[in-house]
Design a protein around this ligand. Sequence first.
Ligand code: NAD
Length: 507
Amino acid sequence: MTQNDIQSAKLSNGEPLQVHTHLFINNTFVPGHGPLFENINPVNEQVICKVQSANEQDVDAAVEAATKAFKKVWRKEAAAQRGRYLYKLADLMERDKIELAKLEVLDSGKPFMVARDADVADSIACFRYFAGWADKIQGDIINSTYDKTCCTVLSPLGVVGAICPWNYTIMMPTWKLAPALAAGNTVVLKTSEVTPLAMLKVAALMVEAGFPAGVVNIITGEGHVTGSYLSSHPGIQKLAFTGSTHTGRHIMEKAVKSNIKKVQLQLSGKSSQIVCADADLQNAAVQVCVGAFINNGQSCCAGSRILVQEEVLDEFMALFMHQVSMVYAGDPFEDNVALGPLINKAQFEKVLRYIESGVEEGATLVQGGQRQGDTGYFIEPTVFCNCTLNMRIMREEIFGPVAGIMSFKTLDEAIEMANDTDYGLAGGVYTTNLETAINVSESLEAGTVWVNCYEVFDQSTPFGGFKHSGFGKDLGLESLREYSNLKTVKIQRTSWAKAPALPKNKL
Ligand code: NAD
């Protein structure tokens, strides 16, 4: 730990908190050679601290540390031991979960209880889940030829680069770190420059858990500098990215133009929630509200397009608006606060522009639409009805607390409306009819479909999008494969009867 690494910060309730502000390379907090950047608390718009950023020299140092650790230590480590490190880290995170939750709040402004019971709890569970997998990664034996033994072997890729967004500051990095490490890779992680603090605390816990130096390196800095250079780095074998589709395109281009590294892209979304006439409307109202406003709408799978079957529109609206009226944004440490502020000024202004566009394009504003208070980036939960699919609020990812409602006549029409988007991340359907549930979930062009619930996650089920929402899966057994090379081995058993000679013109 270098002298000025630890700084004193203040939560919005005045409570002091120590934060790491340097890069984490080779198990040491070191200053970066890039410019310092300010970290702003979105609750009160105050500067929390200044954080170091990594330039090309620092990224090279992180990749070199990860390469050395991969070759000399991690790939030779017993798989069960890799799992034990992950279990130990999860235990330490459990011990320090209050501090981690406060750091998540400081970074993102989300309610403390949400940070503790969702973000941090999910991350701990995720490390434990993949710890259990570390020594259960297996290939297959394929008995297709009588004189050869054929098998598939899963081996680590090497050094994985991970680039993460700001909306779940611990969870998104964990979804990459846990499977990558369990599968035997070492990692260079770039966190979002908007939320750099929480993962640096996790870095300190990794040292305490005994992780060998260089296995995990965490760097901070601007996307177009630090992230861009990491994406094109020849020492990285895979780039795992979560963020916007816009940045995803750039990363893919960099990957192709450098060493054709493997790429996994978890990108933007514009998801629909379909409420059928036969739904339990009370449950639908609750779930749709969660789906639209969870994390202040700053969720990749926010179900902000709400499609309701014509004959129950009025009844559903009454129940839904009642739910929305109970969603209260405010200081993260106040009781009953479900939403925090938008993450920063740019996002706050962007969301207000979307609200203006909804009004201009002829949607009816039935709730919210205004800034809330005069400090912090708060916007009221906002609902539009009488929307059409060509409106920007119905086509583009807003990433804020804004939902639009439309009605439909038939299920075929609802499916067509839901699929009328470039994105394909998630969707929801509310119905009491099993056949409808199956038909709609099969027809939606989306990586995850929730039936009678929304935004329900669990580390054992894979998550990832279709279309412009990207490809590759986080979580579940699938994600271990994302971080492994699959090799085929064929062993000729010469002691067996000689194989019949092949005709010359065949392989
Ligand atoms: P973003 O694309 O602006 O940034 C994401 C990360 O990429 C940050 O660390 C940023 O510094 C980095 N970056 C930016 N420009 C870069 C470049 N040129 N080269 C390399 N890296 C660069 O996204 P954001 O605003 O941080 O996050 C919001 C977006 O993330 C939304 O679109 C949301 O839908 C998406 N998201 C998707 C998922 C998912 O699982 N599909 C989950 C969470 C968030």
